[in-house]
Design a protein around this ligand. Sequence first.
Ligand code: G3P
Length: 216
Amino acid sequence: MKLFLDSANIEEIKRANEFGIICGVTTNPSIIAKEGKDFKEMIQQMTQIIDSPSGEVKPTTEEAKDMIREGRSIASLHPNMVVKLPTTPEGLKACHVLSKEGIKTNLTLVFSVPQALLAARAGATYVSPFIGRIDDISMDGLQLIKDIAQIFKIYNLSTQIICASIRNAYHIIGCAKTGADIATVPYSIIEQMVKHPLTDKGLEKFKNDYIAVFGE
Ligand code: G3P
């Protein structure tokens, strides 16, 4: 399973990229609003660090024709740009048109298997099921990933699954076990993933044992 960083914070993108573990970056309107920067400027900064950016059509854009126009403009910013569209009837129409033009699309805010199937049939390059937000309403987010992965496999659908709304390292294990293609992860979760108390304790002991014999 590949890892993307779910962030528009340039410092976080730089730090995660230094670990050599991320293959792409995802953003959404809330993440971009948090940074308070101009979208184009942010994409330019982002693509100086990582070669696989993503940009979402504005949440205020409701009709397919406007999503298509905006999607084309977002795609023109970088050759590897992925255009994120909402999983709505208008989003599906836009996905169908943009995909036929060779523009990579990511259908976001997926909360059910039927939505994922429709997105795949409309030609989406990626679907983004939101695990954490499903858990938030006392349902099983990982089960959704398992079901989508199983069905895409049965029908040999090439649409890739990006597990989104990841809230903890346990989500990462669950997603990887389903065979999902990608997990998009906030920087704080990458920090959680690398951390283990026994690693810290073990390193401390190595240090003390070494110093006791060899000094600094
Ligand atoms: O990028 C979409 C998704 O990862 C958002 O996560 O934590 O706001 O539900 P969250």
